[in-house]
Design a protein around this ligand. Structure first.
Ligand SMILES: Cc1cc2nc3c(=O)[nH]c(=O)nc-3n(C[C@H](O)[C@H](O)[C@H](O)COP(=O)(O)OP(=O)(O)OC[C@H]3O[C@@H](n4cnc5c(N)ncnc54)[C@H](O)[C@@H]3O)c2cc1C
Ligand code: SF4
Ligand code: SF4
Ligand code: SF4
Length: 711
């Protein structure tokens, strides 16, 4: 009998949702004795799919709920109350086949089938990892066609997969499906990494997640080693359990699971009847109680039929199930961070760091400064440190700064994962909590020590909020034009704080004496981070822009009519078109008053980078555009910009032995096509660059306290 029949004479409204949904047209809407419409089922064609019950807006869709004990012997060998074993025995005794998840000898989990009660134990007990289905569904189909009864057990999504594969028209009358209340299923690799790092996977003989040695408890793992030793893990703070219960191993589909809530597709859903003793103390005898939902009338019939096989079975109110047990909520925080850590940390370290939100390096930086070079430099340093196997927490300027940490970032795609971003703090005082999050602090690059920027970011880069226990460093710091801060008091404060730094490096050679003379520290010279970053990250950033083709890419921060003349001359000479981009602070009207050259202002960081990567020739007055011309081995000329970068560019060319004739003091070279295009020996430049890179990496190694640099 279907549930809709039980409401014919009481609550049925005659809405006809059931008759309209029946795939067999088995429901006719008839008149009852008073002339009202009620459904009538033709059981000759009904296929027992349950759709009518499910669509009925009146029926309470909560399934019948049972508390169940199998025999004590079975319960001792099962995770909960042994319901699975009783129903499996019923099917096997009928000559049927039982499918379920089993361990392999090499510690993987696969679905398999059994045909004999003597094999039942291989399917028993929960394995908290995703089972490999293989061709099990096809085998189910085969056995059903053979006329054998089949019990298929698995996760709710596996049961849905099975029904989908069998198709709507399959005859499923011989199929019984049994899923469970599914918190979620980790991948086998997570478990294997845990076992490997803690015990050596090659030493493991077997894993039992739910030993009942200590009673019926949710997480007690027994690991048996090949040498016969048994290791009992009876601690919720064990790294595997800590990660499991915090949702770290869930795949995205599990976080937004469509299958683990009612109505289930399966006939039965089973689980642990935790806290049942709060309703009836006689139900918890320490050996385990199954919570079983009969999701349809077929399931209810089977339970009634098997009544005598259970030690105890009772229909109980649905409300007895513990709050949250079925409407599970996985906390997604730190899952991505854990996954990221797992790539290069031991399992236990990855769990500990993710759980306590601990990061190897707090990267103190301004990630959203409106400047292509600055934004990409910051991203480059983030990637370099990460590639060294260190987790990075990006620490932005406090909210009360003039340059707002929340200002938009000019990347088309936000490339920093959420877990890498420290919250934005209101002020310097509040930032002190970061001492509990990061093992050390590194101040990033670009002109953060330039007073114009320094004062607009609350001077937070002097790290006066970091305590003495944490190491403080600066990598490739830049003071811009090497001007001392105009405020004497602030200069003194900066000096006192810089004296607390363990390592200090600058990216301009000219800053070495400046820093030494003004702050009494001897800095190291290192390359700008853009040189050290693996080029694959630039390719990633520009992956969608492979077809963004540019001939001459001109990036001039300060457009002027005479500069435009040079650009046009070079373009005519080389017979190449120009794509001109300028500083993103400018507006169109302002540019038109500076020069008469069509100019873009709305490039994203990615497009700016792709232009440099894909072009044939670069014309720049900017330090970073010159850097990238060198990185991508593009012929270039520099039009010197006395206010913004001339010294830096000259120093860079000098250190790489690049002829400064291409700094256009002398415009003669404009007429020399051969010189423009072919005079840089990039093989030699790259060799020199790699020596400087090695030196810079070696300094970074010191900062990060790495014995060998992972690259
Ligand atoms: C990954 C996972 C998450 C679970 N989450 C919860 C939960 O949040 N709350 C709750 O009350 N119960 C949960 N359970 C169910 C519970 O742990 C018991 O498995 C269930 O109550 C059955 O117990 P039993 O004593 O009847 O039989 P047992 O003999 O313990 O059950 C074994 C049955 O589980 C199946 N099985 C075991 N591991 C897997 C697997 N990895 N994939 C597919 N099928 C598997 C076997 O095929 C077999 O049918 C979960 C089980 C698993 C495997
Ligand atoms: S869907 Fe439910 S309320 Fe509507 S006609 Fe069918 S049984 Fe009655
Ligand atoms: S169970 Fe399915 S086939 Fe049978 S009456 Fe309901 S909707 Fe129709
Ligand atoms: S949580 Fe959902 S998607 Fe994940 S294993 Fe369980 S049923 Fe499948």
């Amino acid at each position: 009998m279907r549930n809709i029949e039980s409401i014919y004479s009481t609550l049925c409204t005659g809405c006809s949702a059931c008759s309209n949904s029946c795939p067999q047209n088995a429901i006719a809407m008839k008149h009852n004795g008073y002339g009202f419409y009620i459904p009538e089922i033709d059981y000759n064609i009904c296929i027992d799919c349950g759709i009518c019950d499910n669509v009925c807006p009146i029926i309470d869709h909560k399934p019948s709920t049972y508390a169940i004990w199998a025999s004590d012997e079975i319960r001792m060998q099962s995770s909960s109350g042994g319901f699975f074993s009783v129903i499996a025995e019923y099917v096997l005794n009928n000559g049927g086949v039982v499918f379920g998840a089993a361990w392999t000898t090499s510690i993987f989990v696969k679905h398999t089938f059994i045909e004999s009660i003597s094999d039942l134990d291989i399917l028993r007990r929960s394995k908290y990892v995703q089972s490999e289905i293989g061709d099990s569904y096809k085998k189910v189909e085969y056995f059903l066609k053979e006329g054998r009864q089949v019990l298929f057990t698995g996760t709710p999504c596996q049961i849905s997969g099975l029904y989908s594969m069998l198709g709507k028209n399959a005859n499923t009358s011989l199929l019984i499906t049994l899923d469970f209340v599914c918190y979620y299923n980790p991948s086998i690799f997570v478990l294997r990494k845990y076992l490997h790092d803690n015990y050596g996977i090659e030493n493991i003989a077997s894993v039992n997640f739910r030993t009942k040695k200590f009673g019926w408890i949710s997480a007690v793992m027994e690991i048996t080693l090949k040498n016969g030793e048994h290791i009992d893990i009876n601690d919720m703070n064990d790294p595997f359990f800590l990660g499991y219960f915090n949702g770290y191993y869930a795949r995205e589909a599990c976080l937004k699971c469509k299958f683990a809530s009612f109505p289930h597709k399966s006939d039965f859903t089973m689980g642990d009847f935790w806290k049942i003793e709060q309703h009836d103390s006689t139900w918890n005898d320490g050996l385990g109680t199954s919570m079983v939902f009969a999701n349809n009338s077929k399931a209810n019939k089977i339970i009634n039929f098997l009544k005598a096989k259970f030690k105890r079975v009772e229909k109980v109110p649905f409300d007895w199930i513990r709050e949250g047990q079925h409407n599970r909520h996985l906390p997604p925080q730190n899952k991505q961070y854990f996954n990221h850590l797992l790539r290069y940390k031991s399992f236990n370290d990855a769990i500990r760091m993710a759980y306590n939100s601990i990061y190897d390096v707090g990267l103190v930086c301004v990630m959203n400064y409106k400047n292509y070079g600055s934004a990409i430099t910051n991203y480059a340093l983030y990637k370099i440190i990460e590639d060294c196997g260190k987790s990075v927490y990006i620490i932005r300027q406090p909210a009360n700064s003039d340059i707002k940490p929340t200002a938009p970032i000019n990347f088309e795609t936000f490339n920093y994962p959420q877990y890498s971003l420290a919250p934005i703090y209101n002020n310097i005082e509040d930032m002190k909590v970061l001492n509990n999050r990061c093992k050390q602090f590194v101040v990033g690059s670009d002109q953060l020590f330039n007073y114009n920027i320094y004062r607009q970011i609350s001077g937070f880069i002097k790290l006066n909020w970091v305590d003495d226990l944490h190491s403080k460093s600066a990598f490739a710091a830049s003071f811009g034009s090497n001007r001392i801060l105009s405020d004497i008091e602030e200069t003194l404060s900066l000096k006192n704080n810089l004296l607390r730094f363990k390592h200090f490096s600058v990216r301009e050679e000219s800053s070495i004496s400046f820093v030494k003379n003004n702050f009494d520290i001897m800095p190291e010279f290192v390359l700008d981070p853009v040189f050290l970053c693996d080029i694959k990250h630039y390719r990633c950033l520009t992956a969608n822009l492979r077809k963004h083709n540019v001939e001459i890419f001109s990036y001039i921060l300060d457009p002027q009519e005479n500069t435009a003349v040079i650009i046009k001359d070079i373009s005519d000479r080389l017979k190449l078109s120009v794509t001109a981009v300028t500083d993103m602070w400018r507006d169109k009207a302002n540019i038109e008053s500076c020069w008469n050259l069509p100019t873009e202002i709305n490039f994203s960081n990615e497009k700016w980078l792709a232009s440099l990567m894909n072009c044939k020739f670069v014309i720049a007055d900017s330090f970073h555009a010159t850097c990238f011309a060198i990185i991508f081995n593009k012929p270039f000329v520099v039009i010197p910009n006395k206010q913004r970068g001339e010294t830096r560019v000259l120093s860079l060319l000098n250190s790489l032995d690049i002829d400064t004739k291409r700094v256009l003091y002398n415009t003669d070279v404009v007429n020399d096509t051969e010189y423009l295009l072919n005079s840089i020996n990039f093989d030699e430049v790259n060799k020199k660059l790699s020596i400087l890179k090695e030196r810079s990496f070696s300094f970074l190694r010191k900062i990060l306290e790495l014995d060998t640099l992972v690259r």
